[in-house]
Write a protein that binds this ligand. Structure first.
Ligand code: BGC
Length: 249
């Protein structure tokens, strides 16, 4: 039996959407990707999100999950690292529900991606503490313990060597500074050793578009914790948002 749900993944660079069969974790029909409007303002992002949902042309009763690059408490976005500062302390869930004229399930983007990897991807059936990190425009994190998501971890903003970790160790930081994978791996080593010391996880998962090039940097890391690439790549946030919106069974 298939259960369908819409997933939307809003990022600092792109906004993705798709209709998902949440039993199989497969997309049904086309996936849509649009560039995030310059400045990342709430109205512009809501308009793009609405357009994507209209294009998906699913019945109005289809659950909608929206993943967003911020910690979210009771529907309020708490910070804004790569989008407009207006999102800080903003009633975002209500704002999206008004703009889309339907209820949504609203979650952090890395939490959605981590949930998808545990449900459908690289960490399927892995017990214990799985820490997913997404290396993209920023660094997102998800803590999943025995399949249960502990939301809003924000480990990309750990202060390491006096700076916000994501400003040095994200994939975009590597591109911006034009450094090699080997030079970047030194920064990742510092980052993951610190997270390992704090949490003693059972598994690290590395997601974000750059995880496709994992052979260039993961073998250079020396950690006690196994560290493996995510397998859903840039589909993870959308799949996880859809799965969380659908709820259990
Ligand atoms: C945000 C997180 C987000 C991550 C990845 C960070 O800058 O604070 O909420 O998960 O970027 O998009």
């Amino acid at each position: 039996m298939s259960r369908l749900s819409i997933g939307i993944d809003i990022g600092g660079t792109g906004i993705k959407g798709g209709l998902v069969d949440v039993e199989s974790g497969e997309f049904v029909g086309e996936r849509i990707r649009v560039l995030t409007p310059e400045g990342g303002e709430p109205e512009d992002i809501a308009t793009v999100t609405r357009d994507i949902i209209e294009q998906l042309d699913a019945p109005l009763t289809t659950p909608v999950g929206v993943a967003f690059p911020s910690a979210i408490r009771h529907g309020v976005t708490m910070l804004a690292a790569n989008i407009s500062q207006r999102w800080i302390g903003f009633e975002a869930e209500q704002f999206f529900e008004n703009a889309l004229e339907r209820e949504i399930h609203f979650i952090n983007d890395a939490d959605a991606a981590g949930f998808a990897e545990v449900k459908f991807g690289a960490a399927r059936d892995r017990d214990g503490l799985v820490i997913m990190t997404t290396l993209g425009t920023g660094i997102g994190s998800a803590l999943i313990y025995n399949g249960v998501l502990i939301p809003n971890s924000e480990l990309g903003h750990l202060e390491i060597d006096g700076v916000d970790a994501e400003t040095r160790a994200s994939a975009v930081a590597r591109e911006r500074e034009g450094i090699s994978y080997a030079e970047w791996a030194v920064r990742l080593q510092r980052y993951y050793s610190h997270v390992e010391m704090l949490f003693s996880p059972d598994l690290f998962l590395v997601g974000g578009g750059v995880s496709k090039s994992h052979e260039q940097f993961l073998p250079l890391l020396d950690l006690r914790t196994p560290i493996i690439p995510a397998t859903l790549f840039n589909r993870a946030g959308t799949l996880g948002a859809a799965a969380l919106a659908a709820g259990p069974n």
